[in-house]
Design a binder for this molecule. Structure first.
Ligand SMILES: [Fe+2]
Length: 294
């Protein structure tokens, strides 16, 4: 097992795990070869940002959300998206329930270009679900971030904060600026790892992308699994629209039937608990919660 019991233990305690050199050398070589087919020039460009400019440096990728999504050219990235270890770990996380892959897309960035940003500490759930991620394994989504190039301190390492540092029962808001909650930043751990490594985290785990402080770039891939039968989850779909003010407006005025048609959990669904009623109410303050309380 590449995700060892020690990784699992760390994940339970902190809400994330870093698996160094998850990929075999063959998998890594294959991933980079496929990457170069999907976005030509990027593999060389992150090594030498003074070299020829790659495709899609200054413009979005022609596809949903402006980024390349699964399936990709070649087999290596596709195989890594559905790696048995990822599925095993995600399935175990949600208590053995079947899982579905709700996200797989590439990430490529270099100093000084779009993507080179000092992000705020956040939870990913605002665009991975239209409801709320309760502290119940049955509803746990598991996110994986592959790094296909070395991530040094200078090359925009992902920062992650153990969930020991935010024990509040309802995780809302889902993002904090440094000045609003400095302790999340003070306790962050930077994912400085060799190429082929994997970061695993949950929708209840604060993390952020950091800016480049040195010349270079990095290549990666996001993959997320959710328990099956939960259409309110998934970044490819309605949750993609979740953070927009228009979405909240629609949610607060829609009928129960309209929300259910969008994939939102219907009244009487086992999803509704004291926690989720409070979580959804916190997220959508103008929403009439009465139909869901019965
Ligand atoms: Fe994120």
């Amino acid at each position: 097992m590449r995700i060892t019991p020690q990784h699992e233990e760390h994940y339970r305690e902190h809400g994330y795990a870093i698996v160094e050199r998850f990929c075999t050398p063959e998998e890594l070589t294959g991933a980079l070869a496929d990457f170069d087919q999907v976005v030509p020039g990027w593999v060389d460009f992150v090594k030498d940002p003074d070299g020829p400019k790659p495709h899609y440096l200054d413009r979005p990728y022609p596809g949903q959300r402006g980024i390349p999504h699964f399936p990709y050219k070649g087999d290596a990235l596709n195989d890594l998206s559905f790696h048995p270890e990822l599925r095993r770990f995600a399935t175990q996380n949600c208590g053995g329930a079947p899982v579905f892959c709700e996200q797989s897309h590439l990430s490529y960035k270099v100093q000084g270009q779009r993507g080179d940003q000092e992000q705020a500490m956040h939870l990913d759930y605002s665009n991975h679900t239209i409801a709320y991620p309760p502290n119940l394994p049955r509803y746990w989504q598991t996110a994986f971030l592959y790094y296909f190039t070395d991530v040094t301190e200078e090359l925009a390492p992902t920062a992650v904060c153990s969930w020991k540092h935010y024990p509040e029962p309802i995780l809302w808001p889902s993002a904090y600026k440094r000045e609003d909650r400095p302790e999340l930043y003070e306790h962050e751990v930077k994912t400085v790892v060799p190429a082929g490594s994997l970061l695993i985290y949950s929708m209840r785990t604060f993390h952020r992308g950091t800016a480049f402080t040195g010349k270079g770039g990095r290549l990666g891939m996001f993959v997320t699994y959710a328990p099956a039968g939960c259409p309110w989850m998934g970044i490819v779909g309605w949750s993609q629209e979740g953070p927009r003010p228009e979405f909240r407006h629609w949610m607060e005025r829609a009928s129960v039937e309209e929300r259910t048609t969008l994939g939102f959990p219907e009244p009487g669904n086992a999803y509704w608990t004291t926690e989720t009623l409070a979580g959804v109410a916190a997220r959508y303050p103008g929403m009439d919660m009465t139909p869901y309380q019965q």
